[in-house]
Design a protein around this ligand. Structure first.
Ligand code: DX5
Ligand code: ZN
Length: 219
């Protein structure tokens, strides 16, 4: 199933509640939540207090948390209490990726592993049976509004092939530089969870969600 996950990093935070409601009412039930620590990535975004507010603003939305933080498992309990849907941690941000993913799953949260653009698929091949989702970053993590890195197509194809060969039925998420122009090619390469920030939030948030969904539902 194809899933659209608008990234709230691109909302106008002065009108966060309104924008999130427009996005969800236009037909998406997942919100992508980028948590950054200014350490794993150069930027700092927001943390648990803001996520709590998001949950209150759009209680029915499933929160797809993308942790761009060193040693993310330190915050697992906090995330769990916030009622998040999925937690994706970076392969590059922990010394015990297997152990961390197991802890996420033990709490009944969907577990995801993310790889940054310079990390090959081969680095996570052995742990794919321990995750619900793989996130192939299509920009260097840290900021919205960057251009899609073309080499990501190959990674998506490789991940989909492995998932099919092993019967894993993995969700394959792509994040960064996705727009209406490259959406079809990205879906064709094997991604089924689509994160988009700057291409969704703005003056035409509702229409953007509808246009993304139209293409995604056709596939
Ligand atoms: C970047 C974040 C993305 C970001 C994507 O590190 O993980 O989720 O919001 O933004 P766009 O869609 O504008 O590239
Ligand atoms: Zn993200």
């Amino acid at each position: 199933m194809n899933i659209l996950a608008p990234s709230m990093l691109s909302v106008d935070f002065g009108h966060m509640e309104k924008e999130l409601k427009i996005a969800t009412e236009a037909g998406t039930d997942v919100i992508h939540v980028d948590v950054m620590d200014g350490n794993f990535v150069p930027n700092i975004s927001f943390g648990p207090p803001v996520i709590k507010y998001v949950k209150k603003a759009v209680p029915n939305a499933k929160l797809d948390v993308h942790a761009m933080i060193i040693d993310p498992i330190r915050y697992l309990e906090t995330f769990f209490k916030l009622g998040i849907w999925g937690l994706t941690i970076h392969y590059e941000a922990t010394d015990d990726i297997r152990g961390d993913l197991a802890k996420i799953r033990d709490l009944g949260i969907r577990a995801g592993v993310a790889i940054s653009p310079d990390t090959p698929v081969s680095a996570i091949e052995d742990i794919l049976d321990q995750v619900d989702m793989v996130l192939a970053m299509s920009v260097y993590p840290g900021f919205g509004g960057q251009s899609f890195i073309e080499a990501t197509y190959q990674k998506l194809r490789e991940l989909r092939r492995i998932s099919d060969e092993r019967g894993l039925n993995l969700d394959i998420e792509v994040d960064g530089g996705v727009s209406l122009d490259n959406l079809e090619s990205i879906l064709d390469a094997g991604a089924n969870v689509i994160v988009a920030g700057s291409a969704i939030f703005g003056p035409n948030t509702g229409d953007n969600v509808i246009q993304f969904k139209n293409i995604m539902d056709r596939k």
